[in-house]
Design a protein around this ligand. Structure first.
Ligand code: NAD
Length: 293
């Protein structure tokens, strides 16, 4: 039976550490970390995500600043808000919930966020820092994937890792983080040929395709560690709605360890967002040598 990697439990540990760090920042430095979340429009899934992020931020002892803008908000008005948040000393993290309405150029907005407050890690400066291994804020979901892997793998060096999906928010940064740990990394995507054969060689498989049940048990090498990032909303044969991953979990008994969906990567994403907000608050408010500790 494969070991289940419990993302809910690890996320609780990360959040507990965040709370301690927040108390320390408030007590010793008078700094209360603040996260600004910007939502444009009223996409129901985005609403759920931002409400969850906001309530978790408050529960962790930090300030949450919610900015809800109308669907028709112009790119210029959104840029003006980002400018204001960039210069607001009580705001240490800025998160613009994606997707943005079509008439707004998302790249232009993300580029306008102060990289020091870019807790999503999507700004080109942070992407560059990640790919050169020079610090910066790391995107939350990829960071969560690595932390989950670290609960079951002591030494990554030389392991074969396959990443399925090459998005800027998951696949590519996960690949960079694995490369940084000296894995031999293969990044695959929708046009990759012989995907099952490539996956069969892997010691680590990270799947972020958004394709329910894509990875079957016979793709997975005995003892491999599997991280399932996929979140797919489905309606079962019984008419019940549910969430499944990209991996057929029931077929992974021979794997070394697997993340379930839900309860795997999902909880880690928000925990890492909170952790990035504290990291940003420290870097922005404390002397450099203290912030790095
Ligand atoms: P995306 O659509 O931007 O990218 C998907 C990638 O998967 C693409 O590179 C595509 O080429 C590849 N792909 C799609 N179908 C494939 C197939 N059949 N075979 C091989 N490659 C295939 O998606 P994304 O934003 O990276 O998200 C991927 C999944 O992860 C989604 O289900 C998303 O909901 C989920 N996600 C979860 C979290 C979390 O917190 N757990 C965070 C972000 C994304």
């Amino acid at each position: 039976m494969a070991r289940k990697i419990d993302g809910t439990a690890l996320a609780a540990e990360v959040v507990a550490k965040v709370k301690i760090d927040v108390e320390d920042l408030i007590r010793h430095y008078g700094v209360k970390p603040g996260l600004a979340v910007v939502l444009v429009g009223s996409d129901p899934a985005s609403e759920v995500y931002v409400n969850m992020k906001s309530s978790r931020t408050v529960k962790a002892g930090m300030n949450s600043f919610m900015h809800r803008l109308r669907e028709t908000t112009s790119g210029e008005d959104l840029l003006a808000l980002i400018d204001q948040l960039n210069s607001d000393p009580s705001v240490h993290g800025i998160l613009v919930q994606l997707p943005l309405p079509r008439h707004i150029d998302a790249n232009r907005i993300l580029d306008a966020i102060d990289p020091a407050k870019d807790v999503d890690g999507f700004h080109p400066v942070n992407v560059g820092r990640l790919s050169t291994g020079t610090g910066g804020l790391v995107p939350c979901t990829p960071l969560g994937c690595i932390m989950l892997l670290e609960t079951v793998i002591d030494d990554f060096r030389g392991l074969q890792a396959v990443v399925i999906g090459k998005s800027n928010i998951v696949g590519k940064p996960v690949a960079v983080l694995l490369l940084e740990r000296e894995c031999t990394v293969t990044v695959t995507h929708i046009l990759t040929r012989n995907l099952p054969e490539i996956v069969r060689d892997a010691d680590i498989v990270v799947v972020a395709a958004g394709s329910p049940g894509l990875v079957r048990g016979d793709w997975i090498k005995h003892g491999a560690v599997v991280i399932d990032v996929g979140i797919n909303r489905i309606v079962g044969a019984d008419g019940q709605r549910g969430i499944v991953g990209d991996v057929v979990y029931e077929e992974t008994d021979h794997a070394g360890a697997v993340t379930p969906v839900p309860g795997g990567v999902g909880p880690m994403t928000i925990a890492c967002l909170l952790s990035n907000t504290v990291k940003a608050a420290r870097a922005l408010s404390l002397p450099q040598e203290t912030a790095a500790k």
